[in-house]
Design a protein around this ligand. Structure first.
Ligand code: 26Q
Length: 811
């Protein structure tokens, strides 16, 4: 039974409305009502937190600290109510109060504090860590502006600020008394004591205050509650500084300027690094505040930091929080007065690193001058770490400079964050089996030969309670009916029980009906929002993810143009209706990506207006793809496009969400697709294209895309059409040139679209043929759902807990 009855919940909500907003139910707006509900759930979570937090404290368990510059949380009201077991009660209470629960849920802005996969993964993992009762805290920056809102104007992406805090801050609890001070700039002065020991002093610095705004995280069917700590930046000086002496006045202005900008905006780059000084400030601000806060709590509990590594693990989500390494060193050396070796021993038994990319342009390398000026003490520590590591490398590789230079931490005036992580972290993991292999065999090969046991794999997973049960209630009900209850929610492998119904015509028909219904629901939503009418009789073929050349949205486009050509050549051909849906944000400075969005929109306009395509072929670009849109789209999807160049996509997590919702995958053997294929066998996935090894081979032997253009008339025709454009006056010569000639330092067709084109078209043909056999398609869909259990975040978190964190989990 739920912890609260409808009457109790109603009373709590009405109380909040009165006390916090001075409103009765009758004159409360939906915004008031949303906030009141959030505050009620927050109170419930806080009381759970007090209760279970004390147990954790007394039990002196090892805690996990998950550091990430991104947590793409999406919405929380429905999620928290679900996890607290109060969803139905809350809905009833709201309806009784005269409010539509679903309208209210729609009011909530997405907490878009992330770009894509990496940020959403962090959010899914918080849910699982909490559900599995791991004492864990997430840390990030409380960005005032999340990932930009995307508008499409004349086919082009336009970015708008995402000011989410107006309503979104209902979940945040300011903890002013837990403020930390972060210091920038200035210089370091040495003080040698009588024993010859140096006590460096940081002087002339600029201070920024870090103020926690905590978000409570509820687990499913547990009172265990964790926290996501979002650091807000504030200046330590008051506004009126007129009485300050000149020097202080300038310092004060600096402090204000620095503080105001640090937590202003999330960098909208995904899989791309740019050495911007503000980004470095964000990273250090976040890392320093976090370490100080963990250390403060540890000291209060244990009175010493000698056992720090026994009680804490710091997991760093990609290299973005790498400065946690020198920052923890700084505190152990300068504040605690530990020796270098003692400090290093503690740090290197505390920190673990997850890598999320092998793309060279995404690996962080910071100009040393930037670090030196902004973080003078950290720079000294980095130099010492780098020098010691270099000596170790020289010894281990007997002076082989090619290896030493590749693995060096500081080289050519740059600090390489990934190498620092590999040097200092006790574990390094990739995010899918293939990706972890590539890390060992390629990216970090030499480090791997030095210390093979350091390297692990933890294949990504997604929160299946959100991404199946919550967003697809009809499918959830069917799974529960077939697997004998809601066991699968805490034991995701139990979803396998569905498979015994693979020949049950009634279950297969229900599955088909659910998909149809979800398609209609999604189409109704799109029609309401944009006026576009989706053909729900067509196959919904979906590619949604950040726009990046390696993800090959352009390959999808080439195939669609090819299909269109077939229809034009033969308007009366037998044609299975297909609706191609795209959703993708491009980094604002990534011009090629933006141009590809424009291309999709040009093509869409032409195809959708062409009578030949009516009720057959449709292309729609969904504006502003985000968590809350994905939640509506996944249940309605039938084909999932996971078509990155093999070896490039670290894992993918969208692929898993589609699979759980019964979509079939057209994909390459890349990232976690490889493991999906292992689960599914050749017969339940549409694979195509070169393998990662073949990609490397082809590149080595010299890949000439022009050969495909010259020998394959279908390819030639499609590329010529792209060059000319699609009737709106926009030409795409630049895109065609990238494929045939190369541009801006990148080789022609860097991501091998033309090499995979034929194979991709064949995969589509197989998929469409299969679709005609409704029974077979539904069976495959059912098998995909049934075998998706291992892609639950609960499984990933169990892997982290047992292989890397060494902490117990419930269940
Ligand atoms: C770095 C420095 C400066 C500014 C921005 C960045 C930056 C920000 C975000 C670099 C990379 C990212 C995001 C990377 C990302 O989302 N990677 C994805 O991670 C997923 C979760 O593991 C994987 O499934 C995807 O394969 C991977 O692309």
């Amino acid at each position: 039974m739920a912890e609260y009855t409808k009457a109790q919940l109603t009373e709590m909500i009405v109380g909040k409305l009165r006390r916090n907003f001075g409103r009765d139910v009758d004159d409360a707006t939906p915004n008031h009502m949303f906030k009141a509900c959030a505050l009620v759930l927050r109170d419930i979570m806080s009381s759970h937190q007090m209760e279970t937090g004390n147990q954790v404290w007394e039990g002196q368990q090892r805690q996990v600290h998950y550091l990430s510059l991104e947590f793409l949380m999406g919405r929380s009201l429905e999620k928290n109510a679900y996890n607290l077991g109060l969803l139905d009660t809350l809905k009833d209470a709201l309806e009784d109060l005269g409010f539509s629960a679903s309208d209210l849920f729609e009011k909530e802005p997405d907490a878009g504090l992330g770009n894509g996969g990496l940020g959403r993964l962090a959010a899914c993992y918080l849910d699982s860590m909490t559900t599995l009762e791991i004492p864990a805290t997430g840390y990030t920056i409380c960005y005032e502006l999340g990932i930009f809102k995307q508008k499409i104007v004349d086919g082009k992406q336009v970015e708008q600020a995402d000011n989410w805090l107006g309503l979104g801050d209902a979940w945040l609890i300011p903890k002013v008394d837990e403020t930390e001070e972060v210091r920038f700039g200035g210089k370091v002065v040495d003080h040698w004591d009588e024993r010859g020991v140096n006590h460096p002093e940081h002087v002339g610095y600029t201070t920024v205050l870090a103020i926690p705004r905590d978000m409570e995280i509820a687990g499913y069917k547990t009172r265990h509650t964790n926290t996501l700590r979002l650091w807000d930046a504030k200046s330590p000086v008051p506004v009126d500084m007129s009485y300050y002496s000149r020097g202080e006045y300038l310092k004060a202005v600096e402090q204000q300027a620095m503080a105001e900008v640090i937590a202003k905006v999330l960098y909208p780059d995904d899989n791309h690094y740019e050495g911007k000084s503000l980004r470095l400030k964000q990273q250090y601000f976040f890392v320093s505040a976090t370490v100080q806060s963990i250390v403060r709590q540890h000291r209060a509990q244990y009175g010493t930091l000698r056992n720090f590594h026994e009680k804490h693990v710091i997991q760093i989500n990609d290299t973005h929080p790498t400065l946690v390494i020198p920052e923890l060193m700084r505190i152990l050396l300068d504040v605690e007065g530990y020796s270098w070796n003692d400090a290093w021993n503690i740090v290197t038994h505390t920190v673990a690193y997850t890598n999320h990319t092998v793309l060279a342009e995404a690996l962080e390398r910071w100009p040393q001058g930037l670090i030196e000026n902004l973080l003078p003490r950290i720079w000294q520590i980095l130099k010492e770490i780098a020098a010691r590591y270099q000596r170790t490398l020289e010894q281990h590789f007997h002076g082989d400079q090619s290896k030493v230079s590749k693995m060096a931490i500081i080289w050519n005036g740059e600090v390489r964050m990934a190498n620092l992580c590999v040097c200092a972290c006790y574990a390094v993991n990739g995010v899918s089996a293939l990706h972890s292999e590539i890390l060992k065999q390629d990216v970090f090969h030499d480090a791997y030969t030095m210390r093979p046991e350091q390297f692990k794999n933890v294949t990504n997973g997604v929160d299946h309670r959100r991404w199946l049960s919550q967003i697809n209630p009809k499918l959830d009900a069917l799974v529960k009916e077939c697997t004998g209850g809601d066991d699968y929610l805490l034991h995701p492998e139990a979803i396998r029980g569905l498979e015994k119904y693979k020949d049950d015509q009634s279950v297969l028909s229900q599955l088909e009906a659910i998909k149809k219904e979800n398609k209609r629901r999604f189409a109704a939503y799109v029609a309401r929002e944009s006026g576009v009418v989706l053909n729900t009789d067509a196959v919904f073929d979906v590619q949604v993810k950040r726009l990046h050349e390696y993800k090959r949205q352009l390959l999808n486009v080439l195939h669609i143009i090819h299909l269109y050509n077939q229809l034009r050549d033969n308007p009366n051909m037998e044609f299975t209706p297909q609706t191609f849906l795209f959703g993708a944000k491009a980094a604002p400075g990534y011009h090629v990506a933006k141009k590809i969005i424009q291309l999709i929109n040009s093509l869409s306009a032409q195809i959708n207006a062409d009578p030949i395509c009516k009720d057959k072929l449709q292309v729609v670009f969904l504006e502003n793809y985000r968590v809350s849109l994905a939640e509506k789209l996944m249940p309605a999807s039938e084909i999932s496009e996971q078509i990155s160049t093999a070896g490039k996509e670290a894992s993918g997590t969208g692929n898993m969400k589609f699979m759980m919702n019964g979509a079939l995958t057209i994909g390459t053997l890349d990232g976690a697709n490889v493991e999906m294929h292992q689960q599914l066998g050749d017969e339940n996935i549409f694979l195509f294209g070169l393998t990662a090894d073949q990609v490397v081979q082809l590149k080595n032997q010299g890949y000439i895309p022009a050969n495909y253009y010259n020998s394959n008339p279908a390819i030639k025709r499609v590329l010529d059409q792209i060059r000319a454009g699609f009737g709106d006056g926009v030409d795409y010569n630049d895109i065609a040139d990238r494929l045939l000639i190369g541009a801006g330092g990148s080789p022609a067709d860097e991501y091998l679209l033309l090499a995979d084109f034929d194979s991709y078209c064949q995969a589509h043909r197989r998929a469409i043929e299969t679709y005609a056999d409704r029974k077979l398609w539904n069976q495959m869909s059912l098998i995909n759902i049934a075998r998706s259990g291992i892609f639950a975040a609960d499984r990933s978190i169990r892997d982290y807990a047992s292989d890397i964190w060494h902490v117990p989990t419930r269940l």
